[in-house]
Design a protein around this ligand. Structure first.
Ligand SMILES: Nc1ncnc2c1ncn2[C@@H]1O[C@H](COP(=O)(O)OP(=O)(O)OP(=O)(O)O)[C@@H](O)[C@H]1O
Length: 287
Protein backbone atom coordinates (compact mmCIF):
# COMPACT_ATOMS: atom_id res chain seq x y z
CA UNK A 1 0.00 0.00 0.00
CA UNK A 2 1.19 3.52 -0.75
CA UNK A 3 0.74 6.53 1.49
CA UNK A 4 -2.07 8.78 0.26
CA UNK A 5 -2.08 11.37 3.03
CA UNK A 6 0.76 12.44 5.30
CA UNK A 7 0.17 14.95 8.07
CA UNK A 8 3.37 15.95 9.85
CA UNK A 9 3.86 18.20 12.87
CA UNK A 10 0.62 20.03 12.03
CA UNK A 11 -0.02 23.06 14.21
CA UNK A 12 -2.61 25.76 13.81
CA UNK A 13 -3.11 28.86 15.94
CA UNK A 14 -5.87 31.39 15.44
CA UNK A 15 -4.76 34.94 16.06
CA UNK A 16 -6.75 36.44 18.92
CA UNK A 17 -6.63 40.05 20.12
CA UNK A 18 -4.14 39.53 22.97
CA UNK A 19 -2.86 35.98 22.48
CA UNK A 20 -2.92 33.21 19.88
CA UNK A 21 -5.40 30.35 20.36
CA UNK A 22 -3.73 27.02 19.55
CA UNK A 23 -6.38 24.71 18.02
CA UNK A 24 -4.10 21.93 16.69
CA UNK A 25 -0.69 21.09 18.17
CA UNK A 26 2.08 19.05 16.54
CA UNK A 27 -0.30 16.49 15.07
CA UNK A 28 0.85 13.72 12.77
CA UNK A 29 -0.51 10.62 11.04
CA UNK A 30 -0.65 8.96 7.64
CA UNK A 31 -3.48 7.32 5.70
CA UNK A 32 -2.69 4.56 3.22
CA UNK A 33 -4.36 4.38 -0.19
CA UNK A 34 -7.65 2.49 -0.05
CA UNK A 35 -8.06 2.92 3.70
CA UNK A 36 -11.09 4.25 5.58
CA UNK A 37 -9.76 6.06 8.64
CA UNK A 38 -11.90 7.75 11.28
CA UNK A 39 -10.86 10.62 13.49
CA UNK A 40 -12.81 10.97 16.71
CA UNK A 41 -12.35 13.74 19.23
CA UNK A 42 -14.12 15.63 21.99
CA UNK A 43 -16.35 18.56 21.17
CA UNK A 44 -14.38 21.70 20.35
CA UNK A 45 -11.01 19.92 20.32
CA UNK A 46 -10.02 21.15 16.85
CA UNK A 47 -11.47 18.51 14.47
CA UNK A 48 -12.80 21.01 11.92
CA UNK A 49 -9.58 23.01 12.04
CA UNK A 50 -7.62 19.85 11.27
CA UNK A 51 -9.96 18.96 8.43
CA UNK A 52 -9.78 22.48 6.96
CA UNK A 53 -5.97 22.32 7.03
CA UNK A 54 -6.00 18.94 5.24
CA UNK A 55 -8.48 20.28 2.65
CA UNK A 56 -6.24 23.28 1.99
CA UNK A 57 -8.99 25.67 3.11
CA UNK A 58 -6.72 27.19 5.75
CA UNK A 59 -2.94 27.35 5.79
CA UNK A 60 -1.58 25.75 8.97
CA UNK A 61 0.75 27.90 11.04
CA UNK A 62 3.16 24.97 11.33
CA UNK A 63 3.92 21.53 9.90
CA UNK A 64 2.81 20.08 6.59
CA UNK A 65 0.09 18.15 4.77
CA UNK A 66 1.03 16.04 1.74
CA UNK A 67 -1.45 14.38 -0.59
CA UNK A 68 0.18 11.56 -2.61
CA UNK A 69 3.50 13.31 -1.99
CA UNK A 70 2.44 16.79 -3.12
CA UNK A 71 2.47 19.54 -0.52
CA UNK A 72 -1.10 20.81 0.03
CA UNK A 73 -1.13 24.54 -0.64
CA UNK A 74 -4.68 25.58 -1.51
CA UNK A 75 -7.53 23.14 -2.22
CA UNK A 76 -6.14 20.17 -4.18
CA UNK A 77 -8.04 19.30 -7.37
CA UNK A 78 -8.27 15.63 -6.54
CA UNK A 79 -9.76 16.05 -3.09
CA UNK A 80 -13.48 16.15 -2.27
CA UNK A 81 -15.22 17.11 0.96
CA UNK A 82 -18.65 16.05 2.26
CA UNK A 83 -19.95 18.34 4.99
CA UNK A 84 -22.53 17.64 7.67
CA UNK A 85 -25.03 20.19 6.43
CA UNK A 86 -26.28 18.85 3.08
CA UNK A 87 -28.98 21.54 2.90
CA UNK A 88 -26.29 24.20 2.59
CA UNK A 89 -23.93 22.29 0.33
CA UNK A 90 -26.44 21.41 -2.42
CA UNK A 91 -27.77 24.10 -4.77
CA UNK A 92 -31.58 24.12 -4.41
CA UNK A 93 -32.14 25.63 -7.87
CA UNK A 94 -30.21 22.84 -9.62
CA UNK A 95 -31.57 19.33 -10.21
CA UNK A 96 -29.89 16.34 -8.59
CA UNK A 97 -28.02 15.56 -11.81
CA UNK A 98 -26.90 19.19 -12.24
CA UNK A 99 -25.69 19.26 -8.62
CA UNK A 100 -23.57 16.15 -9.18
CA UNK A 101 -22.26 17.46 -12.50
CA UNK A 102 -21.48 20.94 -11.18
CA UNK A 103 -17.86 20.47 -9.94
CA UNK A 104 -17.01 18.44 -13.05
CA UNK A 105 -17.35 21.58 -15.17
CA UNK A 106 -14.21 22.98 -13.53
CA UNK A 107 -12.32 19.84 -14.42
CA UNK A 108 -12.84 20.47 -18.10
CA UNK A 109 -15.02 17.41 -18.73
CA UNK A 110 -17.35 17.70 -21.71
CA UNK A 111 -21.13 17.48 -21.34
CA UNK A 112 -21.41 13.81 -22.31
CA UNK A 113 -18.66 12.78 -19.88
CA UNK A 114 -20.19 14.87 -17.07
CA UNK A 115 -23.56 13.26 -17.64
CA UNK A 116 -22.08 9.75 -17.70
CA UNK A 117 -20.12 10.39 -14.48
CA UNK A 118 -23.19 11.79 -12.69
CA UNK A 119 -25.32 8.82 -13.76
CA UNK A 120 -22.66 6.39 -12.58
CA UNK A 121 -22.16 8.15 -9.21
CA UNK A 122 -25.90 8.34 -8.54
CA UNK A 123 -26.03 4.60 -9.24
CA UNK A 124 -23.28 3.97 -6.66
CA UNK A 125 -25.37 5.64 -3.95
CA UNK A 126 -28.64 3.98 -5.00
CA UNK A 127 -30.23 7.12 -6.46
CA UNK A 128 -30.75 6.15 -10.10
CA UNK A 129 -34.03 7.59 -11.29
CA UNK A 130 -34.11 10.81 -9.25
CA UNK A 131 -31.81 12.78 -11.59
CA UNK A 132 -34.40 15.38 -12.49
CA UNK A 133 -35.73 16.01 -8.99
CA UNK A 134 -34.57 18.99 -6.95
CA UNK A 135 -32.80 18.51 -3.57
CA UNK A 136 -35.75 19.90 -1.65
CA UNK A 137 -37.95 17.14 -3.10
CA UNK A 138 -35.79 14.49 -1.38
CA UNK A 139 -35.47 13.29 2.22
CA UNK A 140 -32.44 14.41 4.28
CA UNK A 141 -30.76 11.02 3.86
CA UNK A 142 -31.26 11.13 0.08
CA UNK A 143 -29.82 14.66 -0.06
CA UNK A 144 -26.72 13.49 1.78
CA UNK A 145 -26.43 10.64 -0.74
CA UNK A 146 -26.46 13.27 -3.50
CA UNK A 147 -23.59 15.07 -1.72
CA UNK A 148 -21.67 11.79 -1.54
CA UNK A 149 -22.37 11.08 -5.24
CA UNK A 150 -21.15 14.58 -6.14
CA UNK A 151 -17.93 14.01 -4.19
CA UNK A 152 -17.34 10.58 -5.73
CA UNK A 153 -18.13 11.68 -9.29
CA UNK A 154 -14.85 13.58 -9.42
CA UNK A 155 -13.01 10.35 -8.44
CA UNK A 156 -11.00 12.06 -5.70
CA UNK A 157 -7.70 10.70 -4.44
CA UNK A 158 -8.98 11.50 -0.95
CA UNK A 159 -12.56 11.89 0.27
CA UNK A 160 -12.82 13.95 3.47
CA UNK A 161 -16.06 13.77 5.44
CA UNK A 162 -16.88 16.16 8.29
CA UNK A 163 -19.53 14.67 10.61
CA UNK A 164 -21.31 13.46 7.46
CA UNK A 165 -24.23 11.69 9.14
CA UNK A 166 -24.79 13.93 12.14
CA UNK A 167 -27.87 15.63 10.65
CA UNK A 168 -29.97 12.56 9.83
CA UNK A 169 -32.08 10.27 12.03
CA UNK A 170 -30.59 7.13 13.58
CA UNK A 171 -32.07 4.67 11.05
CA UNK A 172 -30.89 6.73 8.07
CA UNK A 173 -27.50 7.12 9.72
CA UNK A 174 -27.10 3.33 9.83
CA UNK A 175 -28.11 3.06 6.16
CA UNK A 176 -25.62 5.76 5.15
CA UNK A 177 -22.81 4.17 7.18
CA UNK A 178 -23.41 0.87 5.35
CA UNK A 179 -23.60 2.67 2.02
CA UNK A 180 -20.29 4.43 2.66
CA UNK A 181 -18.52 1.20 3.60
CA UNK A 182 -19.92 -0.62 0.55
CA UNK A 183 -19.02 2.14 -1.93
CA UNK A 184 -15.58 2.70 -0.37
CA UNK A 185 -14.74 -0.98 -0.74
CA UNK A 186 -16.17 -1.27 -4.26
CA UNK A 187 -14.25 1.76 -5.51
CA UNK A 188 -11.14 1.28 -3.34
CA UNK A 189 -11.44 4.93 -2.24
CA UNK A 190 -9.29 6.54 0.43
CA UNK A 191 -11.60 8.13 2.99
CA UNK A 192 -11.04 10.16 6.14
CA UNK A 193 -14.14 10.64 8.30
CA UNK A 194 -14.18 13.13 11.18
CA UNK A 195 -16.81 12.37 13.80
CA UNK A 196 -17.56 12.85 17.48
CA UNK A 197 -19.55 9.59 17.56
CA UNK A 198 -17.50 6.78 19.13
CA UNK A 199 -19.68 3.92 17.82
CA UNK A 200 -19.66 5.36 14.31
CA UNK A 201 -15.87 5.68 14.31
CA UNK A 202 -15.46 2.00 15.24
CA UNK A 203 -18.21 0.71 12.93
CA UNK A 204 -16.94 2.61 9.89
CA UNK A 205 -13.20 2.59 10.27
CA UNK A 206 -10.31 0.37 9.33
CA UNK A 207 -8.56 2.56 11.91
CA UNK A 208 -9.64 4.99 14.59
CA UNK A 209 -7.43 7.97 15.40
CA UNK A 210 -8.34 9.43 18.78
CA UNK A 211 -7.74 13.13 19.40
CA UNK A 212 -6.94 14.79 22.71
CA UNK A 213 -8.85 17.70 24.19
CA UNK A 214 -7.97 21.11 22.77
CA UNK A 215 -5.43 21.69 21.33
CA UNK A 216 -5.88 18.57 19.21
CA UNK A 217 -3.11 16.02 18.97
CA UNK A 218 -3.21 12.26 18.37
CA UNK A 219 -3.70 10.25 21.58
CA UNK A 220 -3.99 6.83 19.95
CA UNK A 221 -4.09 5.16 16.54
CA UNK A 222 -6.20 2.01 16.94
CA UNK A 223 -6.51 -0.67 14.25
CA UNK A 224 -10.07 -2.00 13.92
CA UNK A 225 -9.92 -5.78 13.76
CA UNK A 226 -13.58 -6.21 12.76
CA UNK A 227 -14.37 -8.22 9.62
CA UNK A 228 -14.67 -6.21 6.40
CA UNK A 229 -18.31 -7.34 6.06
CA UNK A 230 -20.12 -5.51 8.85
CA UNK A 231 -23.68 -5.57 10.02
CA UNK A 232 -25.42 -2.98 12.17
CA UNK A 233 -26.71 -5.59 14.62
CA UNK A 234 -24.20 -8.42 14.88
CA UNK A 235 -21.08 -6.24 14.49
CA UNK A 236 -22.22 -3.82 17.19
CA UNK A 237 -22.89 -6.79 19.52
CA UNK A 238 -19.50 -8.41 18.91
CA UNK A 239 -16.88 -8.57 21.67
CA UNK A 240 -14.30 -6.78 19.46
CA UNK A 241 -16.69 -3.86 18.82
CA UNK A 242 -17.69 -3.51 22.47
CA UNK A 243 -14.07 -3.68 23.64
CA UNK A 244 -12.86 -1.12 21.06
CA UNK A 245 -15.66 1.37 21.74
CA UNK A 246 -14.81 1.08 25.45
CA UNK A 247 -11.15 1.79 24.69
CA UNK A 248 -12.03 4.84 22.55
CA UNK A 249 -14.40 6.13 25.25
CA UNK A 250 -11.69 5.75 27.91
CA UNK A 251 -9.15 7.58 25.76
CA UNK A 252 -11.61 10.41 25.09
CA UNK A 253 -12.20 10.59 28.82
CA UNK A 254 -8.51 11.23 29.40
CA UNK A 255 -7.27 7.65 29.82
CA UNK A 256 -4.04 6.34 28.38
CA UNK A 257 -3.89 3.45 25.86
CA UNK A 258 -4.46 0.12 27.62
CA UNK A 259 -5.55 1.72 30.92
CA UNK A 260 -8.44 -0.22 32.50
CA UNK A 261 -11.78 1.34 33.43
CA UNK A 262 -10.98 0.71 37.12
CA UNK A 263 -7.60 2.48 36.85
CA UNK A 264 -9.24 5.43 35.09
CA UNK A 265 -12.04 5.59 37.68
CA UNK A 266 -9.39 5.43 40.44
CA UNK A 267 -7.42 8.24 38.83
CA UNK A 268 -10.60 10.33 38.41
CA UNK A 269 -11.41 9.81 42.09
CA UNK A 270 -7.87 10.72 43.20
CA UNK A 271 -7.99 13.88 41.03
CA UNK A 272 -11.43 14.80 42.42
CA UNK A 273 -10.20 14.27 46.01
CA UNK A 274 -7.08 16.36 45.35
CA UNK A 275 -9.26 19.14 43.86
CA UNK A 276 -11.61 18.99 46.87
CA UNK A 277 -8.67 19.15 49.30
CA UNK A 278 -7.18 22.09 47.37
CA UNK A 279 -10.56 23.89 47.46
CA UNK A 280 -10.81 23.24 51.24
CA UNK A 281 -7.34 24.65 51.86
CA UNK A 282 -8.15 27.76 49.77
CA UNK A 283 -11.44 28.24 51.69
CA UNK A 284 -9.63 28.03 55.05
CA UNK A 285 -6.99 30.51 53.80
CA UNK A 286 -9.75 32.92 52.76
CA UNK A 287 -11.42 32.71 56.21
N1 LIG B 1 -11.88 31.10 12.80
C1 LIG B 1 -11.58 30.93 14.09
N2 LIG B 1 -11.02 31.93 14.80
C2 LIG B 1 -10.67 31.78 16.09
N3 LIG B 1 -10.83 30.63 16.79
C3 LIG B 1 -11.40 29.59 16.14
C4 LIG B 1 -11.79 29.68 14.76
N4 LIG B 1 -12.31 28.49 14.38
C5 LIG B 1 -12.25 27.68 15.47
N5 LIG B 1 -11.69 28.35 16.51
C6 LIG B 1 -11.43 27.80 17.87
O1 LIG B 1 -10.57 26.68 17.74
C7 LIG B 1 -10.98 25.64 18.62
C8 LIG B 1 -11.26 24.38 17.80
O2 LIG B 1 -12.41 24.62 16.98
P1 LIG B 1 -12.90 23.54 15.92
O3 LIG B 1 -14.13 24.07 15.27
O4 LIG B 1 -11.77 23.16 15.04
O5 LIG B 1 -13.25 22.31 16.88
P2 LIG B 1 -14.20 21.04 16.62
O6 LIG B 1 -13.57 19.92 17.36
O7 LIG B 1 -14.46 20.87 15.17
O8 LIG B 1 -15.54 21.53 17.33
P3 LIG B 1 -16.99 20.81 17.30
O9 LIG B 1 -16.86 19.54 18.06
O10 LIG B 1 -17.86 21.80 18.02
O11 LIG B 1 -17.36 20.62 15.87
C9 LIG B 1 -12.21 26.16 19.37
O12 LIG B 1 -11.78 26.65 20.62
C10 LIG B 1 -12.71 27.28 18.50
O13 LIG B 1 -13.34 28.29 19.25
Amino acid sequence: MSTMLEVKGLTHSYAEKKHAHVAVADLGFTVEAGQLACIVGPSGCGKSTLLRCIAGLIKPTGGSVRLHDDEVDGVPEDLAVVFQDYSRSLFPWLSVRQNVEFPLRWRGLDRAERRARAKEALGWVGLSGVDDKFPWQLSGGMQQRVSIARALASRPALLLMDEPFASVDAQTRFELEDLLRRVQRELGSTVLVVTHDIDESVYLGDRVLVLSKSPASIVADLPVGLPAERDQITTRESAEFVSLRGEVARLLHGGTPGESAEELAGRDLAEAEAAEEHAGTRAKETL
